[in-house]
Structure formats: structure tokens, C-alpha cells
Design a protein around this ligand. Structure first.
Ligand SMILES: Cc1cc2nc3c(=O)[nH]c(=O)nc-3n(C[C@H](O)[C@H](O)[C@H](O)COP(=O)(O)OP(=O)(O)OC[C@H]3O[C@@H](n4cnc5c(N)ncnc54)[C@H](O)[C@@H]3O)c2cc1C
Length: 559
């Protein structure tokens, strides 16, 4: 077998892997990154790219402190709160983000109004803890642009154009504001020009922009990135990890590490055995669809366990949940579309097959899925329907089906979007109890005029109202459902990546019982989440991925 050596071998090219590689290289170490798939970027490239960073400079100016965040996390995590790990997170997240900004072209902006997900808990903040990466020009990657994992197909418009969170207000206002119309014209034109040369738009936003920035720096610094090269085995000597076997171009290569192997393979969202055991609805024989790439099959977790690494399944939830709908594709399996925002809009409700609302639609995606599972306990599958009338649908869109003026007939033709001239007809098409739905809508409309929702309190806190419509009064999340035709999209339980993972210490070292496995680190979703299965705010997986990758690289460099 061919053998070579380096200081640090990083497996996985998401934000966890790239951050670890860039930081280790910055510390003077000789690094190789290996990636199983032919594309780099992992789930990170699908994501919004937000890290959650309490007491970042903008938030601090408005009075945020690590202590406030500590109080919030203590309340959020309850008896799963780990003070040492949390402290390590809060002490390092801003340094890690500062490092990425200083060593790549990524620039984060703290998001005003974007609230923590449980804003009524002590220590929560209603703004500025979530950071969004700026736009990146994909042309700067040169030939590597085609190796960057594109976003989920369901989340691009016109078959290849990315839309960032900052673009959304302009898209919603395109027919109401000249400034918005010009803004949209500019980005559409750029997209049209791109399509004469590229398979998709090169104006990258969100997680694609973040990954592209980190990758560009990795290439500039000449850190080798091997694609289609899975790590398949860990090598140990006297209980310490001293290298790994990587498969590349059909041959096995033994990579000897002078310092460490860093596992950043994105957790186990496509490991059928583990998810079948750890997700409650899968245990009950029901379906689940991950929005993560299919190559994230828990390889690192299996390999680490073979060398004594411990798997921590004590988290409150196995994964970061999100309701997803499935958008049929011409080729291949349907593309999942995570429903982050639409549920919160005024005039949108979610019902089960009995036509009942079962929860406050505007709570976070992570909190909504357990409600779906509970509501569908008696059903064969967990299937619910997000529903709106014509004016609401055309104003905000529904799932992947876009708002006006974008066309939506293709979504009807594929069966993704269901439409009925009456609520009864929609119920029949979707397989919902018609009388139940009629009653639910009448009940909801009765209170909607006053903007109240006595049953579930939709729009009851700053997080919910943020995802609603600020210009809609009196409640940004409540509006009536009246004008035919009516539309629905089916949602099933899904995830954005796993929360359970390898047990690690405050330095990212993989633990066997309570002792570290020397030479082995796990970061990103390969490590059990510091938030123990809770989702405190925007960026609850990318924040820890960046932070503990940075911390791990520092620890490795310190010897
Ligand atoms: C639509 C969407 C939006 C999201 N938005 C956010 C957000 O804004 N903020 C947030 O915090 N979270 C968000 N998430 C979740 C977040 O994207 C992931 O939790 C995070 O990116 C995981 O990063 P990672 O580095 O651990 O793994 P990944 O980014 O998944 O990277 C892991 C890489 O490892 C590779 N790999 C797997 N096995 C091997 C092997 N054996 N050898 C070598 N390589 C291997 C994989 O192919 C993959 O490329 C979102 C997720 C989705 C789907």
C-alpha cells in the first residue's frame, strides 16, 4: 500500500473540515483534507451558512454578553447543560469567526431582528446573535467552481439561481417597490449572463458562499483537497490514532499522521441503522427524509467506535429537525425542501389528515417536527399539510412553489402543489377529512380578523413574528383563509443534520469512556452537539462546527 505522511489529516469538506484545516495550516501544520464525494461542501453547502455567535461585536454593542448567553443555554438545555463545554463554546466562537474572516474572504453580518428561537427564556436575545455570510462570486473559484456542491435543487429558482435571505424582502416586494424591482432585475440579469457559461448562477449566497470562501482560501494556501477519497479505516498504535487509510483513484493509501486525524464527516443522517434506532418515528416504522447529502452515512462514527470512541446518544433529539416537502425531479429522487419560513406567514396553517391544526405553525422547524410526530401517532405515516388561499400563496409562496410573479404551474403538474376550487375539493385531492378542514378553517378565520389564535398562540413571540410579515397587522403571523382556490403542500419529518455523535471533550478530542483517544478529534456533526439536541438560535450547528474545529486545531498545534 502506498504510504505518505502529514501532520493533520482532515476527513470531510464541510465547514467543520475546512475550518480545522485552515486553522491547523495557520498554526504551521502540514494538512491534507480528504472528501468522500466528488463534490466538496457537504451539508454546509446546502445551508444558510449561519453560525450562532452570542456577544459578537455587533451584539455586544447592544448589551449582549457571554454570561447572558450562558443563562439562556442553561434554561434551554435544562439537565443536559454542560457548563464546561458551553463555556468553551462561548469563549471561542467569536475568535473562530474572526479567524475565518481574517483568513478567507467570508464576511459575516449580524442579523438584526433575527431572534433566538425561545426568546421568552431568560438570557435570550431578540436580535444579532445569528451571523449571515455575505455574497461570494463563484467565478473566483475558477475550475473548482464545478466541484462545489450546489444548493438543494428545491431551494434555487429558475433551475440554478441562488436567493439569499437578504434578497427575500426584494423578491416579495418586486411589484410594490421600484428599488426592489431594480434590485431583482440586477440579480436576474447576472443570472442570465452566468447561464451562458455556467451550469448555474455564480452569485453565491448563504452556505454556498461560506463554503466557497473557505475552499478558495484552502486552494490559495495550497492545502491538498482530495475529492472522491473516503477515509475508510483508522490506524492505531498502542491505543493512539497515528493515521488512516484513504481510498483514492481505486487504490488504498496509508496516511500517517504526526499529530492527529480530525473527523468532520457530517454525522449520520443517512445511516439507516442508527437513524432507525434513534429517531422515534423511524422506530415506529415511519418515514423520514434528511435534507443532508446522501454521502453522510456516519462513516466517522463507525470508524471511531472501532478504536474505542464513544457514541453519545443522550441528546434530547437525535437530529436538528425540519419539516420537509419533496419536490419531484426529472431525474433521480425528489429534492427535499425544508420549510423554514412559510408556516409563519399570515394566512398559512398546517393540518393533519383529520383536518385539525395541531400546533403553533410559527415555532422553529426543530420544535415543529416533534409536534407533527405526536399529531400523527395513530397514522401509518407522519404526513401533514401546509395550506393557504390564493392571495396568501401568491404573496408569499408555499414551500418550494414561489410567490408571484414567478410561475407555479409546473408545481401543480408535478403534484407537489395541490389545488382545490373549494376547501372540500382540496381536502379530497390531498386525502384530508373535508368536514374537519372546513371546521378548522372556520374556527381559525373567526379569530384571524383580530389577529389572535386562542388555540395555539401563533405569532406569540419575537421569533415567530420575525418569520411572519412585519407589514401585516395586528399580528404578523395571522390572516384569514378565504379566497379560492386553496393550495396545500405535503410535509414529512426531516432533518438538517444529526445532533447525537461522538463524545468529545472541550478540545474536540474523541473520548473513550472519559479518557481521550490520543490523536483523534471529531468536529461538526460527527461530534455530539454542545447543545445536546436543542436548537437555541439561528446557526446552532454551524456555530459549534466552526468553534470546535478552531479549538481542536489549536489544541493539536499546541502539542
Ligand atoms: C437547507 C439547510 C439549511 C441549513 N442552514 C443552517 C444554518 O444556517 N445554520 C446552521 O447552524 N445549520 C444549518 N444547517 C445544518 C448545517 O448545514 C449542518 O449541520 C452543517 O453544515 C454540518 O457541517 P459538517 O462540517 O459537520 O458536515 P458537512 O457539511 O455535511 O460535511 C461533511 C463532509 O464529509 C464528507 N464525508 C462523509 N463521509 C466521509 C468519509 N468517510 N471520508 C471523507 N469524507 C467524508 C461528506 O461527503 C461531506 O462533504 C442547514 C442544513 C440544511 C440542509
Amino acid at each position: 500500500m502506498k504510504t505518505l505522511s502529514c501532520d493533520v489529516l482532515v476527513a470531510g469538506s464541510g465547514v467543520g473540515g475546512f475550518t480545522a484545516a485552515l486553522r491547523a495550516h495557520h498554526q504551521g501544520l502540514d494538512v491534507i483534507v480528504v472528501e468522500k464525494e466528488s463534490l466538496f461542501g457537504g451539508t454546509s453547502a446546502y445551508s444558510a451558512g449561519m453560525p450562532w455567535a452570542p456577544a459578537n461585536p455587533a451584539a455586544s454593542e447592544r448589551g449582549d454578553t457571554p454570561q447572558k448567553a450562558m443563562t439562556y443555554l442553561q434554561n434551554e438545555l435544562g439537565n443536559l447543560f454542560d457548563p464546561q463545554k458551553t463555556e468553551a463554546y462561548l469563549a471561542n466562537c467569536n475568535a473562530a469567526i474572526g479567524f475565518l474572516e481574517a483568513n478567507s474572504s467570508v464576511r459575516f453580518t449580524a442579523q438584526p431582528v433575527w431572534s433566538d428561537y425561545h426568546p421568552d427564556l431568560p438570557g435570550a436575545a431578540a436580535e444579532l446573535r445569528g451571523l449571515l455570510p455575505g455574497v461570494f462570486d463563484g467565478r473566483r473559484l475558477g475550475d473548482h467552481f464545478s466541484e462545489l456542491r450546489p444548493p438543494l435543487r428545491s431551494m434555487m429558482i429558475f433551475g440554478g439561481m441562488m436567493v439569499g435571505r437578504e434578497d427575500l424582502p426584494h423578491l416579495f416586494n418586486i411589484r410594490r417597490s421600484v428599488v426592489s424591482a431594480l434590485y431583482c432585475a440586477r440579480i436576474f440579469l447576472r443570472y442570465l449572463i452566468d447561464r451562458t457559461r455556467y451550469s448555474r448562477g455564480t452569485r453565491l449566497t448563504n452556505g454556498n458562499a461560506l463554503v466557497a470562501s473557505l475552499a478558495a482560501s484552502t486552494f490559495e494556501k495550497k492545502i491538498p483537497l482530495w475529492l472522491s477519497s473516503p477515509l475508510t479505516q483508522l490506524i492505531t498504535e498502542n491505543g493512539a490514532v497515528t493515521g488512516a487509510v484513504v481510498e483514492r483513484n481505486g487504490e488504498k493509501i496509508e496516511v500517517r499522521t504526526r499529530k492527529a486525524v480530525v473527523l468532520a464527516c457530517g454525522g449520520f443522517p443517512w445511516d439507516q441503522e442508527l437513524t432507525g434506532r434513534l429517531y422515534p418515528h423511524r422506530r415506529a416504522g415511519k418515514s423520514h427524509v434528511s435534507a443532508a447529502p446522501r454521502g453522510n452515512t456516519g462513516d466517522a462514527i463507525r470508524l471511531a467506535r472501532q478504536v474505542g470512541g464513544r457514541f453519545d446518544d443522550t441528546a434530547a433529539n437525535g437530529a436538528a429537525w425540519a419539516p420537509v416537502s419533496l419536490l419531484p425531479q426529472e431525474r433521480g429522487p425528489p429534492a427535499p425542501f425544508p420549510h423554514f419560513i412559510d408556516r409563519a406567514k399570515p394566512g398559512v396553517i398546517v393540518v393533519d389528515r383529520r383536518g385539525r391544526r395541531f400546533a403553533n405553525e410559527a415555532v422553529s422547524y426543530h420544535d415543529f417536527v416533534p409536534k407533527m410526530i405526536e399529531a400523527c401517532q395513530e397514522d401509518q405515516e407522519v404526513e401533514v399539510f401546509v395550506l393557504a388561499d390564493h392571495p396568501t400563496f401568491r404573496k408569499y409562496g408555499l414551500g418550494a412553489a414561489p410567490a408571484a410573479p414567478a410561475p407555479f404551474r409546473a408545481f401543480l403538474r408535478s403534484g407537489y402543489l395541490m389545488r382545490g376550487e373549494s376547501l372540500e375539493q382540496l381536502a379530497e385531492i390531498a386525502g384530508i377529512d373535508a368536514a374537519g378542514l372546513r371546521g378548522t378553517v372556520a374556527d381559525f378565520n373567526h379569530f384571524a380578523e383580530q389577529g389572535s389564535d386562542p388555540k395555539f398562540g401563533k405569532g406569540g413571540d419575537s421569533y415567530q413574528r420575525f418569520n411572519g410579515d412585519r407589514n401585516h397587522r395586528p399580528n404578523p403571523c395571522i390572516g384569514p383563509i378565504r379566497k379560492a382556490p386553496f393550495y396545500a403542500v405535503k410535509m414529512v419529518p426531516g432533518d438538517l443534520g444529526t445532533f447525537m455523535g461522538l463524545k468529545t471533550d472541550c478540545f474536540g478530542r474523541v473520548l473513550s469512556d472519559e479518557k481521550p483517544v490520543f490523536g483523534l478529534y471529531a468536529v461538526g456533526n460527527d461530534a455530539a452537539s454542545v447543545f445536546a439536541g436543542h436548537y437555541p438560535g439561528p446557526g446552532s450547528t454551524i456555530g459549534p462546527a466552526i468553534t470546535f474545529a478552531f479549538v481542536a486545531a489549536n489544541h493539536i498545534a499546541s502539542g
